[in-house]
Design a protein around this ligand. Structure first.
Ligand SMILES: Nc1ncnc2c1ncn2[C@@H]1O[C@H](COP(=O)(O)OP(=O)(O)OP(=O)(O)O)[C@@H](O)[C@H]1O
Length: 251
């Protein structure tokens, strides 16, 4: 198992039980700061449950999750809400507000969580949208007037608005055509690299789209029935001798 001196995320012996079902089973692993790490697994393996633990939306039945050196258990609800400003998240369907334009969607977290004045917000929003490749002519369009790929870009701009230290991607390319998948992958890498220069950003991708994520990951973990059964730098992961991993790689 990979270990890191100063991990961004440290999952320590986490078990999560729903009724009779053990969904996470004594899970322990670290995620390196400033890396792109993908957590792969079949449907039902426990990926979403794990992400919810990293976000502090769910608490473990036993064990602990440390993010940026803080044990999430030690935070009360108010502190946890404040702590979540460290996170950015891009969901499968980008989850934009339908009745807000692209500009308003990206402005939302800045209005909600920062003391910035309107002119500063508008200038930050412009920079963010341009940085993900949205042209000014599209700033005032509603999500329904944008393509799927453009919605992802706007979703990414919104997720980056508060300069997150931890960026979580939940199935970022599932259901997208190959060209849009490539575009989203490039954006994930560019975003991660950009941020590496001047500040910290760790990217965690949850996916069952192995082909899309292998190209861009530094590390890959394979979650199977609540346990990490393989966790390696990407090139070594491809050569894993675990039967279930090879089965997954052949899909
Ligand atoms: N709140 C809950 N209450 C009861 N069971 C749950 C709850 N959340 C998840 N589960 C169960 O935990 C198991 C793992 O679910 P989870 O959504 O974490 O898997 P996943 O790997 O993300 O799957 P998918 O790729 O299909 O999203 C499933 O059997 C699910 O039914």
């Amino acid at each position: 198992m990979l270990t890191f001196d100063d991990p961004a995320i440290s999952v320590k012996n986490v078990t999560k039980i729903f009724g009779e079902q053990k969904v996470l089973d004594g899970l322990s692993f670290d995620i390196e700061k400033n890396s792109i790490t993908t957590i792969l697994g079949f449907s039902g393996a426990g990926k979403s449950t794990l992400i919810k633990h990293i976000l502090g939306i769910m608490s473990p039945t036993s064990g602990s999750v440390e993010v940026l050196g803080t044990d999430l258990k030690s935070l009360d609800q108010m502190e946890l809400r404040e702590f979540r400003r460290n996170y950015g998240m891009l969901f499968q369907y980008a989850a934009l507000f339908d009745s807000f334009t692209a500009r308003e969607n990206v402005a939302f977290p800045l209005r909600e969580f920062t003391p910035l004045k309107e002119a500063e917000i508008m200038s930050t929003v412009k920079d963010l949208l341009l940085s993900v490749g949205i042209k000014e002519e599209s700033f005032d369009r509603l999500p329904s007037e944008l393509s799927g790929g453009m919605r992802k870009r706007v979703g990414l701009a919104r997720a980056l608005a508060l300069s997150p230290k931890i960026m979580l991607y939940d199935e970022p390319t599932t259901g997208l055509d190959p060209i849009t998948t490539k575009m989203v992958n490039n954006l994930i890498v560019e975003t991660s690299k950009d941020k590496r220069n001047d500040r910290e950003m760790t990217s965690v991708i949850i996916s069952h789209d192995i082909k899309a994520t292998l190209e861009i990951s530094d590390y890959v973990a394979f979650l199977d029935r609540g346990k990490i059964i393989e966790y390696l730098p990407v090139e070594e992961f491809k050569k894993s001798d675990k039967e279930v991993v090879q089965e997954f790689l052949r899909l």
